[in-house]
Design a protein. Sequence first.
Length: 196
Amino acid sequence: MDDATVIGFTQTLDSRLRWVDYHEGSGYGIDHYAALIHGKDYRYGTHYGPHDLKVKEWGSGNTRLERAERHGLNFEVVPKLHIADGIDAARRLLKISEFDEDATAAPDHDRRKHGLIDALMTYRREWDERLATWRSTPVHDWASHAADMVRYRAVAYYDLSLDRKEESYDNRWSVYEADRPKEPDEYADWDVYSPT
């Protein structure tokens, strides 16, 4: 509960994804966020959540997924991909995204909170002075929580019949069709030794 929780409210319309609302908080439990979600005047389709919803909590012995279900939130758990695959999916998603600037902005009454667009514009990799190059992983700061939420939403958007979840845990799965493992028979008529 010490870590930030961010919630993005999206609407899929044709081939566009609309970001219609955004919330960030810290220090609250699932009961708070369930009340917030149920208190919005939205008709929900699917709730997507990160893979760590399956983690069992020490105190209760229940998973976060089970606790959410008891509060009326039924999540589809988004597959855990390599972070670079998720970032690439998020870049693709942002190209087809529309934002309600008012609803996704930082609230005027709380200067400690940031808006979704601010977070996405601030998300970055760290510069390594010693090696004079960019590090391969992003900076983990206030912006990374919102960016992670967008990354998970992108992975959910670009697959997801979500029936390939288990394959994602061994990094054989990719959101890009070209990167997915090829079946052996796909190369049956291809011979590297014959002239073209």
